[in-house]
Design a protein around this ligand. Structure first.
Ligand code: FAD
Length: 399
């Protein structure tokens, strides 16, 4: 990847994270992908050096940097060979805590975030539901206030890292859909304990295609009790609050996709320099070179879009001329472009390796399996195109 143009802070993050990740090479990730064992080692190493709090305020023990630097951190973890699995070992703790830092009370922030930064607490993010999918505003999980607690009932699906998380940042409906003016009202955001020893909470793991070191789960709440002071911000304002974390997540995931794409190209270039067939390195053939060169240029373009979106996100905190719409369009576009560029790079890397592209030993098959995640989550390619068509091109809403 071309490094010119990045800030000193971003380059310092890249150096430090590269050093940490050198203890967790491709072989570590291949082993964990096969066993499904959680990468506790990387999480602990990142917590030890304070990286989980990269974009959280200094007074809480964070580094006080922004999403521009956090994106570089996750990009670098992914590019080290950790891929989406490596990045997901801390992913939710970086972006889903952004709305907590902004909207929770001072007492709540103090109660939750310093421990999370030290790695003593971990969050997962609970939005997706089996029956509503991308139609988030129709989600059916409810939280009903009852004295000094809420009772949560419903189902979540695809919740990453729930098996190792101590807490979940949960989006649930507190006012029924038919009693609100707009569907975006009546949703609330909570920072809840995830305690399987308590009645009303069950989770089952989902067997999946890639990133198997990170558990993905279906979660069942049945009158699960949470303290009333788990509520972040005002009741009913949860959707507006959570959006603050969602744009950050799109930037991070774009960075993670880029990391996979660059790592795949690196492996393809090395292999094609060394593999000799018909008396010359396969990389001397233009049919091998050109697809790799084209994949590189697409990654570089997506890189510009990604770090532009992250910069807008960070600057919008101070510069009120940067609208929420501008940030949303940039973050969604970046996630789309990076995911597609990564997919192309990973697919070409597998094909460049010929038969060995299909062998676990060369790692590119693992990268290809993982690079579907940024295409699907947290929002699909199709929904991003519908969003841009509506918000930028002023076309009729299609969903
Ligand atoms: C590995 C992994 C980890 C995840 N981790 C988390 C997590 O930690 N927390 C969490 O909350 N969620 C998580 N997710 C869930 C993820 O965000 C969702 O899978 C994603 O938002 C898509 O939702 P869905 O699967 O319900 O797709 P659906 O809504 O069922 O959509 C299926 C397909 O139909 C298309 N489609 C639907 N409606 C339209 C329309 N109107 N126009 C055009 N196309 C349409 C979609 O684009 C998609 O291609 C994870 C998912 C994966 C795969």
């Amino acid at each position: 990847m071309e490094l010119s143009g990045f800030s000193e802070e971003q380059l310092a993050v890249r150096d430090a994270i590269t050093k940490i990740c050198s203890d967790f090479p491709d072989e570590y990730w291949a082993k964990h992908d096969e066993s499904g064992e959680y990468p506790h080692g990387l999480h602990a190493a990142l917590a030890r050096d304070g990286w989980i709090g990269i974009a959280l305020p200094e007074e809480l023990g964070g580094a006080g940097l922004g999403i521009s630097e956090a994106t570089m951190m996750l990009h670098t973890i992914s590019e080290s060979g950790g891929g989406i699995a490596g990045a997901q070992s801390i992913h939710a703790n970086v972006y889903a805590t952004q709305p907590v830092a902004k909207f929770a009370s001072a007492e709540q922030r103090q109660r939750w975030l310093p421990e999370l930064i030290r790695g003593e607490r971990r969050v997962c993010f609970g939005v997706t539901e089996p029956n509503t999918g991308l139609e988030t505003l129709k989600l059916q999980t409810t939280a009903k206030k009852d004295g000094d607690s809420y009772s949560v009932t419903g189902q979540k699906i695809w919740i990453s890292s729930a098996q190792v998380a101590t807490n979940m940042i949960l989006l649930a409906r507190t006012t029924p859909l038919d009693q609100v003016k707009k569907p975006s009202e009546g949703l609330s955001l909570f920072f809840i304990p995830l305690d399987k020893s308590q009645p009303g909470l069950e989770m089952t793991k989902i067997k999946k295609m890639g990133g198997r070191a990170i558990d993905a789960n279906q979660i069942f709440f049945d009158n699960y009790r949470i303290p009333a002071d788990s509520l972040i911000g005002e009741e009913g304002q949860g959707f507006k609050i959570v959006l603050h974390g969602m744009n950050a997540e799109r930037c991070l995931l774009a960075g993670e996709a880029l990391g996979l794409g660059y790592a795949a190209l690196q492996k393809a270039a090395t292999y094609s320099r060394n593999r000799v067939v018909f008396g010359r390195p396969i990389g001397q053939n233009q049919s091998i070179q050109h697809p790799l060169a084209s994949a590189y240029m697409h990654l570089e373009a997506a890189k510009l879009a990604t770090y532009h979106a992250a910069r807008l996100y960070d600057r919008s905190k101070e510069d009120k001329s940067i609208t929420a719409k501008a940030v949303g369009v940039a973050a969604n576009s970046a996630k789309y472009l990076a995911a597609e560029a990564a997919f192309t790079a990973c697919e070409r890397a597998v094909m460049t390796h010929g038969g060995m592209g299909y062998a676990q030993e060369f790692h590119v098959e693992r990268y290809l399996r993982e690079c579907f995640v940024p295409r699907i989550a947290p929002v699909s390619r199709e929904m991003i195109m519908s969003f841009v068509a509506e918000k930028v091109l002023d076309l009729p809403r299609s969903y």
